[in-house]
Design a protein around this ligand. Structure first.
Ligand code: TYM
Length: 374
């Protein structure tokens, strides 16, 4: 694992170092979300989502155009996805909560890609049966978030390739190996599947247009690590007769350790939706905080919520009330709140969240079939 002060790396497979989101906007050539754009989104939704209010969704490509298209009464759609290599953690769900908000606001269809092919190709020790198995297991999490069965279409790349292959070929023919190598940092010793795979991740950008036989403006809500795929796709979309897909980019939910995003490769610092509540509580009680080494010092000097993973969980997901969040921040800084109590409170909230979510996840088994692409 790279340390906080090491060079920032943000690719679809690695996020490390201290992440500077302003620099990422510059490096990737995206745009910052403005107050005006936030207000426009909120107007259609009827309220401003916490992830917009707190600038967790912070960057975009063509969000203004996508909203214009919707406001003109032309068709819009949503696309996002998951690489099913294991159980889902809270970081994966962060953009899904926001996607649900967008589905409700715009009454839009959502194409949701499960890249069981990608994960098989990229992980040495994952079998194809395992990654395809996770497709259906992870779908339960998606359904539990509350998406609309009529308007949500889950695609397993492996099992539903007939929906994707024709346009995958059209994309592949127009993208060179050197583009893929440069965009994704691949080299000659990587397997040939990895070189081809990005063509498959591009296809759901066009799938609704193909299926409805009209041009649909597609918006992709995801964390910013997936952006290289869209840079490639945007370059060839118009050549294929489709609109360029628009994007709205989220920051990363951190892990429970010191720095870094929540990642399945560090299970002790990630909270999985299938974690028994007591296991999640234990992880939280062991989390890295911005507190002082002793309670006495904390009372005297106060803590630093800016570097605290526990505070980050309140900020990103578990304290939606701005006033209460500010109270936590102040109480930490003044030393009125000590880390043990702050962690215990969060552990209680997350444990209740998991009990409720796991119930919804079990119920989702009955509806799974209705969410799969037809
Ligand atoms: P995957 O499975 O790595 O991630 C799934 C989604 O979760 C986001 N994400 C996070 N968001 C916030 N905080 C984190 N700590 C965090 N970790 C992951 C990712 O940005 C993603 O939105 N190749 C993709 C699958 C895919 C896809 C897509 C994703 C196919 N088509 C379209 C987004 C949009 C993948 O492996 O995602």
């Amino acid at each position: 694992m790279k340390k906080e002060n090491e060079e920032m790396v943000v690719t679809p497979w690695e996020v490390s170092g201290k992440i500077d989101y302003d620099k990422l906007i510059e490096k990737f050539g995206t745009k910052r979300i403005t107050q005006e754009l936030r207000d426009r989104l909120a107007k259609h939704a009827g309220y401003m989502h916490t992830q917009l209010r707190r600038w967790i969704f912070f960057s975009h490509r063509d969000l203004d155009w996508w909203l214009d298209t919707y406001e003109k009464g032309e068709p819009v759609g949503l696309y996002t996805g998951r690489g099913p290599s294991g159980p889902v953690h809270l970081g994966h769900m962060l953009p899904w909560f926001f996607t649900k908000y967008m589905q409700d606001a715009f009454d839009a269809d959502l194409y949701f890609q499960m890249t069981d092919d990608e994960k098989f190709l990229f992980y040495d020790d994952l079998t194809l049966d395992e990654s395809v198995g996770y497709t259906y297991d992870n779908s339960l999490d998606l359904i539990a978030v509350g998406f609309d069965a009529e308007k949500t279409h889950i695609i397993s790349d492996v099992n539903d390739i007939d929906h994707l292959y024709r346009y995958g070929l059209e994309v592949a023919k127009r993208v060179t190996c050197s583009t893929i190598k440069a965009l994704f940092g691949l080299n000659d010793s990587d397997n040939i599947g990895m070189i081809f795979y990005p063509a498959i991740q591009a296809v759901p950008c066009f799938l609704q247009s193909v299926r409805e036989d009209r041009k649909v403006a597609v918006m992709i809500p995801a964390a910013i690590d997936q952006d290289p795929y869209w840079r490639m796709t945007r370059d060839i979309s118009e050549k294929l007769g489709f609109y360029k897909p628009a994007q709205i980019h989220a920051k990363f939910l951190p892990g429970l350790g010191a720095g870094g995003k929540m990642s399945a490769s560090m299970p002790e610092t990630a909270i999985f939706t299938i974690d028994p509540p007591e296991v999640a509580e234990k992880k939280i009680m062991g989390a890295f905080t911005g507190g002082q080494p002793t309670v006495r010092e904390q009372r005297e000097k106060g803590g630093n919520p800016g570097v605290c993973s526990v505070y980050a969980y309140y900020f990103f997901l578990f304290e939606e009330d701005d006033k209460k969040l500010q109270e936590i921040e102040q109480a930490c800084k003044t030393g009125a709140l000590v880390c043990g109590d702050c962690k215990a409170r969060l552990a209680g909230i997350i444990s209740r969240f998991l009990v409720d979510f796991q119930e919804k996840r079990e119920k989702a088994r009955d509806n799974l079939e209705s969410f799969l692409i037809k």
